[in-house]
Design a protein around this ligand. Structure first.
Ligand code: SF4
Ligand code: SF4
Length: 68
């Protein structure tokens, strides 16, 4: 099973990863704010992840790591 991790403090909440995820399990956490003042991206259902890494490759700030 793939494991997705976020360097949350680097995230600027742009939402590109949310658009890229075919499983729609990456979302912007509207109820959280990181140290930069942005709503960070999170994964809602780790078990549903297929490990495609589209989220990681879509992120311009290298926030996301996908381990298989
Ligand atoms: S690896 Fe693929 S399925 Fe998993 S969270 Fe990223 S984009 Fe979604
Ligand atoms: S693409 Fe990167 S910077 Fe943009 S919301 Fe996703 S994790 Fe954050």
């Amino acid at each position: 099973m793939a494991k997705v991790t976020f360097r949350e403090e680097r995230c600027k909440g742009c939402g590109l990863c949310e658009i890229a995820c075919p499983k729609k399990i990456v979302v912007i956490a509207k109820d959280r704010i990181n140290q930069k003042g942005y709503h960070p991206a999170i994964i809602t259902d780790q078990d549903a992840c297929i490990g495609c890494a589209f989220c990681a490759t879509s992120c311009p700030d290298l926030v996301i790591t996908v381990e298989k």
